[in-house]
Design a protein around this ligand. Structure first.
Ligand code: SF4
Length: 306
């Protein structure tokens, strides 16, 4: 087994691109015994085995463009959305791409390949995508975001992409906060901002709506770590019927444990993908629920942002 002790991964004297390049190499090797997320599958993705995310060794992406629908302080943002996810949220707004890790174009790493190899694999090279990102920055984008699906499952490709970006670019890691301790070690010092979801306030809702066990413990671990190692913004999407069981415990935990963290409380839920499998998710959030949720945020002193 490859050693993942922090002293083996962390090399703070390096520039970010160099650090990302070295971590991409390590992360690629770790696919031989994949523990990148908290599902902890231990499969050999380099040999064609797949775990719960169904992802192989090569990343795919379904979108790469400048967007203006994220947090105001981050926009305009050049966003690269990697296909596939380790969670199975029935209400996912990009369900088709997030549940299929081979959706879109291959994002081809440049580890040792020559031009003929790249052509054979018919993908977009990480260097090409980085050129698009640099062009977006030159045209007014403020930040570069890597998201999914869930980018943690394709950490080697995400790190490879970062290794070709300018060292001073402001980089955002948009995540479901379900990564493993190993993934966090590989991400240490790479992204300036973690934009992390805290979707469910209890494990029963996470199991029923997203087929994800031990959700609350894992997300809390990731948020506490992210707050210590980078800037952190937490997102919570209000869902109909889940203000008391999900938002209230999330808000109370944030107020107690991360009292100053920025929180984007989003009320734009709509019944996307398989949401209608669950009766309470067949509609939008009501005005009354919305008022209760924001009232609770004010009462607890949550640091709300837009
Ligand atoms: S990324 Fe997560 S779900 Fe996918 S194979 Fe690795 S441990 Fe399993």
């Amino acid at each position: 087994m490859i050693c993942t002790a922090p002293e083996k991964i962390f090399a703070p004297a390096q520039s970010r691109p160099a650090l990302a390049r070295e971590r991409a190499r390590i992360a690629h090797e770790l696919l031989a015994d994949c523990h990148l997320c908290a599902h902890d599958c231990g499969v050999n993705r380099l040999a064609g085995e797949t775990g719960l995310c169904r992802a192989g060794a090569d990343a795919h992406f379904f979108s790469a463009q400048t967007e203006v629908s994220d947090e105001l302080e981050l926009m305009p943002v050049f966003s690269v959305a990697l296909s596939g996810c380790d969670m199975r949220c029935d209400f996912c707004i990009t369900g088709k791409e997030s549940w299929n890790p081979r959706s879109g174009d291959a994002l081809v790493a440049t580890r040792g390949e020559n031009a003929a190899d790249l052509l054979r694999r018919r993908g977009v090279a990480a260097t090409q995508l980085a050129e698009q990102a640099k062009s977006a920055l030159a045209n007014g984008a403020k930040t570069i975001m890597v998201l999914g699906g869930e980018p943690t499952i394709y950490l080697p490709a995400a790190l490879e992409f970062v290794s070709h970006l300018p060292a001073d670019a402001k980089l955002i890691w948009k995540t479901n906060a379900h990564g493993s301790a190993q993934a966090r070690e590989l991400l240490d010092g790479i992204f300036d901002v973690w934009l992390a979801d805290f979707k469910f306030g209890n494990d029963a809702c996470a199991e029923r709506l997203a087929k994800t066990p031990n959700y609350v413990r894992v997300v809390r671990e990731n948020l506490l770590w992210a707050n210590d190692h980078s800037e952190l913004i937490v997102r919570h999407l209000l869902m109909p019927g889940h203000v008391e069981c999900c938002w209230r415990p999330v808000a109370e935990w944030l107020a107690e444990n991360l009292p100053d963290v920025k929180v984007n409380l989003r009320s734009g839920f709509w019944p996307a993908w398989h949401a209608r499998r669950h009766g309470e998710l067949a509609s939008q959030i009501s005005t009354g629920e919305n008022e209760t949720a924001f009232g609770l945020a004010r009462e607890l002193g949550i640091n709300l942002i837009q």
